[in-house]
Design a protein around this ligand. Structure first.
Ligand code: FES
Length: 164
């Protein structure tokens, strides 16, 4: 599992790395520093790829396995960047009973990624979410600010085509 890399190539800059090293230097001797360091690292890079986790591990001496465990356990950490178009499928009860699980599966198949990932071209990222308060339109998904309701699996191709 530790070799799991994001499908999107890592494009961290020198400036980002310098900023991260400064943050680590500042916090590393404090008790319970790992979570704040990881949070700040995610603020700097927008997500926490394995390359960034390695820097944190090298600088703090905390094993990479532990950092990876924390990064995958807490929902606040993203291991993949977000796409230009962020797709979020509601898996709340009302949507789920109306088939949002099938919509989610179709999107994974169509985009070739699993939930939480981003396509290699950086265009789409896919996530599941809880009820967004639009149950009357179930099943629902959003792409950035746009809400799509009463979805059918057959609609997915046409909707994605709008974002090509
Ligand atoms: S359960 Fe999906 S919008 Fe409420």
């Amino acid at each position: 599992m530790l070799s799991k890399k994001s499908a999107v190539p890592f494009r961290g800059t020198k400036e980002q790395e310098e900023e991260l090293l400064k943050v680590i230097e500042e916090l590393k001797d404090e008790k319970g520093a790992l979570m704040p360091i990881m949070q700040r690292a995610q603020d700097i890079y927008g997500y926490l790829p394995i390359e960034v986790q390695k820097i944190i591990s090298d600088q703090t001496g905390i094993p990479l396995e532990k950092i990876y465990g924390v990064a995958t356990f807490y929902a606040q950490f993203n291991l993949s960047p977000k796409g230009r178009y962020q797709i979020s499928v509601c898996l709340g009860t009302a949507c789920y009973v109306k088939g949002s699980g099938d919509i989610y599966n179709k999107l994974m198949e169509k985009l070739g990624i699993v939930g939480g990932e981003c396509t290699p071209d950086g265009r789409f990222s896919l996530d599941a979410c809880r009820c967004i308060g639009a149950c009357g339109l179930a099943p629902v998904m959003t792409i950035n600010e746009e809400v799509y309701g009463r979805l059918k699996v057959e609609d997915i191709d046409d909707i994605l085509a709008k974002y090509e």
